[in-house]
Design a protein around this ligand. Structure first.
Ligand SMILES: Cc1cc2nc3c(=O)[nH]c(=O)nc-3n(C[C@H](O)[C@H](O)[C@H](O)COP(=O)(O)OP(=O)(O)OC[C@H]3O[C@@H](n4cnc5c(N)ncnc54)[C@H](O)[C@@H]3O)c2cc1C
Length: 429
């Protein structure tokens, strides 16, 4: 077993006894059966908090190889089945080479598919649900070490599709795919904040995927990355919502390698445009902390104004904020459950103490909008606060308790937030 180490950004040191790096499903089953106490799945460590930790053994499936396969038995519903530990940029490249695509991606293609879907990782687009909305089948190792499968139509599927590692170790996933498509991303500058406050939804809905970058106190937002579908003869507008399209050039927002960004200004395959970063590059050294809150899109203007009022307090610790849209879904622990969503993201400088102190203030400002936190990023929510904004929390918890009655996948994070029942660790093997 390897030492448990830290999250990718070094924002949490794992307290686990060690990590089992499985290279087969049988090894996952063996690890779960042999572990003396609790177990928890670890992905590519891209979460920022203790969500993936355990006081027992971590098991990662990122070393389980195998080739994905496409199933077109139902031509109206093609799917890809893949080892769950695959990085979604690797899966995306594999799909692209065969003429297929996912509907959307998050910003970083280095993240494991199992970990991304476990926390409801999302990109942008009012018509684009989070990554988990593409799931149609989940294969996992349960608390007894048995291999189980759960499909889309199963009544428990809405609990496990954004399952925060609370019920088992996912080994294989099937996702809906679509024929490949091209996307072009263009950078706009000069969008006045007043326009954004009044028309946030319209701006976010005015292309396939729109990301708005801001540091809150400017008169005009820093940049907008507009990722649009490519139609023959159609050029992106030069002027857009009062913003101006930039010549292709320096799209860098914060210190880091500009070569790490996916290309701007020229059309290309979805997998080389929807993520902000190239799979072949590391976007930064991980010297950052991330936080993200989800509010109903219908309250976008008021929620943005509430955060902007804290701008002077936020700026000293902020690298950049990103605003995105997520389509409503029916997955019980998704940040976009039941409501079209504005995602308000903060990439913080590595100032842990001031950031920790600021989060409750931001959360108070967003409380009137029933803001939900991103499970994998820093937040200050407790169980009562989570229960207030997560209508199906009790249902999800009941499913997890049924699938794992002895609490082997329970950790501090899950009990603190009321997602699992606390209980003493099992030490009988
Ligand atoms: C630079 C950067 C950019 C990011 N961009 C985005 C973005 O654009 N959009 C967004 O929404 N988020 C984003 N995130 C957050 C990230 O997508 C999530 O935190 C994600 O959950 C991390 O996945 P992981 O594989 O690293 O999992 P980990 O962080 O290792 O684990 C996260 C959770 O997944 C569970 N898990 C992992 N593997 C399995 C498995 N095999 N079976 C069951 N459960 C499992 C863990 O138990 C844990 O609960 C970003 C993070 C970073 C560092």
């Amino acid at each position: 077993m390897r030492d448990a180490g830290t999250t990718w950004a070094g924002t949490h040191r794992f307290g686990a006894l060690g990590v089992v790096e499985a290279s087969t499903v049988a090894q996952v089953q063996e690890a779960v059966r042999a572990a003396p106490g609790r177990v928890k799945a670890l992905g590519t460590r891209h979460s920022f908090n203790d969500i993936a930790d355990t006081d027992g053994t971590l098991v990662t499936v990122t070393g389980i190889g195998g080739t994905p396969f496409i199933d077109v038995t139902d031509p109206s519903h093609p799917t890809v089945t893949t080892p769950a530990g695959i990085r979604y940029g690797v899966l995306g490249r594999w799909l692209q080479e065969r003429g297929w695509a996912l509907h959307n991606t998050g910003s970083l293609p280095h993240i494991s598919l199992a970990g991304a879907t476990a926390t409801g990782t999302h990109g942008s687009g009012v018509l684009n649900g989070c990554q988990s909305t593409a799931l149609s089948r989940i294969e996992f190792v349960d608390a007894a070490g048995d291999l189980c499968t759960i499909r889309h139509m199963h009544p428990e599927f809405p609990a496990v599709a954004v399952g925060v590692g609370a019920f088992g170790i996912i080994t294989e996933l099937s996702l809906t795919v679509q024929p490949t498509y091209d996307v072009r991303q263009d950078v706009y500058v000069g969008l006045p904040w007043e326009v954004l406050l009044e028309h946030a939804r319209d701006v976010l809905a005015d292309a396939y995927s729109v990301s708005i970058f801001t540091t809150w106190t400017e008169d005009t937002v820093q940049q907008i990355w507009r990722k649009s579908g490519v139609r023959a003869g159609a050029e992106p507008p030069d002027e857009w919502w009062g913003a101006t399209r930039q010549a292709v050039g320096d799209t860098r927002l914060v210190d880091g390698d500009p070569g790490a960004l996916t290309p701007h200004g020229i059309p290309g395959p979805w997998i080389d445009r929807l993520p902000h970063f190239r799979l072949t590059h590391t976007p930064s050294n991980g010297e950052e902390i991330q936080t993200e809150y989800f509010v109903p899109m219908e309250a976008a203007g008021d929620a943005l104004a509430a955060v902007r009022a804290l701008g002077d307090r936020i700026v000293p610790h902020l690298l950049v904020s990103e605003l995105r849209a997520v389509a409503a879904d029916d997955l019980w622990l998704s940040g976009a459950y039941g409501r079209e969503t504005l995602a308000i993201h903060f990439t913080w400088a590595p100032h842990p103490e001031p950031v920790r102190a600021l989060l409750p203030e931001i959360e108070r400002a967003l409380a009137p909008f029933d803001a939900r936190p991103h499970w994998g990023k820093w937040h200050a929510f407790d169980g009562a606060a989570i229960a207030r904004v997560t209508p199906r929390l009790a249902d999800a918890k009941a499913v997890f308790e049924t699938l794992d009655p002895a609490g082997r996948f329970v950790n501090d994070y899950l009990t603190r937030l009321g997602i699992r029942e606390p209980r003493a660790p099992r030490l009988d093997g």
